[in-house]
Design a protein around this ligand. Sequence first.
Ligand SMILES: [Zn+2]
Length: 109
Amino acid sequence: MIVSKTNDIPDKIIVSVLGKVKIRQIRTYGKNEEKAMGTMIRKAKTMGANAIINFSYRGDGIWGIRNIYTGLAVIAEDIRKYWQSQKCSHCGKRVKVTDYFCGSCGTKQ
Ligand SMILES: [Zn+2]
């Protein structure tokens, strides 16, 4: 899973934005922060994402005792593969030039 602080990923193209992921956690250090990241990544995966963009975290509450992690769950594709992709001659779904068969209907390309 790619996690980016910016709204794009080098050499990737965002093909679908699935929604916001947000984790709220009592501020702790070390392993628990890793755990929060893990939870966030699992959440994004459940949504079908393969990347998180616009990732940020900040303190919240009195003396910033909580950490809030936010990001946008997206599907990112390799930019070269994306531009090399074409449409299936049978069903019209997108297939990559490197694909021998359509992933949707199985028609030979
Ligand atoms: Zn097809």
